[in-house]
Structures are given as C-alpha cells and as structure tokens.
Design a protein around this ligand. Sequence first.
Ligand code: AMP
Length: 278
Amino acid sequence: MDLLHHISDVRALRSSLGNLALVPTMGALHAGHVSLCQRARTVAPHVAATIFVNPTQFGPREDFTKYPRTLEADLEKCREAGVDFVFVPKVEEMYPAGSPEIAIEMPGLSDTLEGQKRPGHFKGVCQVVLKLFNIFTPSHACFGQKDYQQLRIITAMVEALNLPVEIVPCPTVREPDGLAMSSRNRYLSATERQQALAISKALRAAEQGFQQGFRQTNRLTTMMLHALLESHLLVDYVAAVEPITFKPMQEVTGPTLLAVAARVGATRLIDNVVLGAK
Ligand code: AMP
C-alpha cells in the first residue's frame, strides 16, 4: 500500500491506472469506513482512500482541533481492507492559498437539517470532495448513508455538474447494540455511550410504529423525541423528509427519511433511517 502526501504524487500514480474507486474520510477509521473500502474493492480494480480532516467543513465552535487523529491505526485498517493507496495531505497542500472563496451552493438541499445547524458545513464538504475528485479522477466514489444529507448533496453535485464519477451509496454500519459507528463515538464516556443508544432506539421505535401502521410523521417523530428526551439527550432536530428533495413529509406516502441529530454531553451525533423504501 502506498502512502502519499502530495497531489503531484497522486496524479503521477493515478495516470497509469484504469478505473479507481475513492473513499474520502477524515480518519479515526472504524468498521463503517472499512465497509466502504471493501465495497470500493468490488466496484473497481484500484482503491484509494483519503485521510484529511478538512478545516473548511468545521464551524468556528466545532471540534476541528480536537477531532481524533490516529494515522498509524488508520493505515493498518486501510491495509487490511485492501486499499492500494492512501492520500494524507497537509492542510497547506489542499489549501495553499488559505480557505478558498469558491463554493458550490445548493441551498435547497444544504440549508436544512445538518446545514441549518452547521452553517457552511456542506459548502466545505463540496469544496473538498470536488477537489478530491479533480485530484483523483475516480471512476467511483463510496459514501456512507450514515451521512445521508452529505451523500445526497454530493450525488446532486455530480449530477448537476456532469462529473464523470459514479457515487456508490453504502449502508450504515452499527455496533451490535445498534449505535451507528462514528469517529466521534470515541469522545463518549461509558455513561454517555449508554445514553447515546437512545438515538438508534428512537429510530427503531419509529420504524416499529411505521410497521404497526402509523403513517402520520408527527406521530413517528414524537415517538423518537420521547426516546431521546427520556435518556436526557439534547435534541438538535428530528425530521421526516422526502429523501431526494428534503421537503418535509406529513405522512409516509412513499420513501421517507427520518433524520436525527442530538447531543450527548459535548458530543453531537447524527443518525437516520429511510422508511417505506422499495
Ligand atoms: P468521515 O470520516 O466521518 O468523514 O466519514 C467518511 C465516510 O465514511 C463518509 O462517506 C461517511 O458517510 C462514512 N461513514 C461514517 N460512518 C459510517 C458508518 N457507521 N457506516 C457507514 N459509513 C460510514
């Protein structure tokens, strides 16, 4: 497995290869990331992962400086997952002129849910992902459904700008008890870890409600709120929206995204599930 730090080295290596699947990450890798790398292996003969904690997608009061950085362990996971090369650039390599002024704006998709709570977040995500696409020219790129809005926004960017890459959605990987894997789970104390379970429990409660025949989304989101508040989580949002447009849904008449963001102590976690998917 090759470890590269410079864009010029990526370009040199890439130029001799055919189809390549890219897995962009911020590191602190877990089984969710590994599943993306494994999926990447199945769609293209070459697999590259990137590890870059992208400053432009963090707000001023967010956890950029304390975000976990575990490079040696990450490289080992990449090796085991069959990644061919890993790109680990410094911030100055990606942004030599400082924070870029250029931005892709998709207000309809990015001003709601996460975007409403984290202004500028998706602007930063699109900046870095588009740069990575231009650096790697991947034939495929794998993204997790755990970050559903991010996946949708990147898919929309690719469609709108005719980027020659196929986006491969990958299912959310969970701990055995249901907690969605996240690099931020390492911030949780043992007590908080138990509390955090309320998020996946809330989604499961809504799923069960749906299976029992409830179709009014406010009935389902109320069930979720109960589960979250019972465990004393601070709820950022609980929403039921159409999964392509993110327009609010009053009733589950077709696929419906239930999305939640909540804080457990100082740690902010997100999770989601799609109801009524065919
Ligand atoms: P991150 O390192 O958090 O930026 O995530 C990098 C990629 O891994 C994104 O496409 C995420 O959606 C994906 N990812 C993160 N957590 C999970 C998970 N639990 N299951 C599947 N994919 C995930």
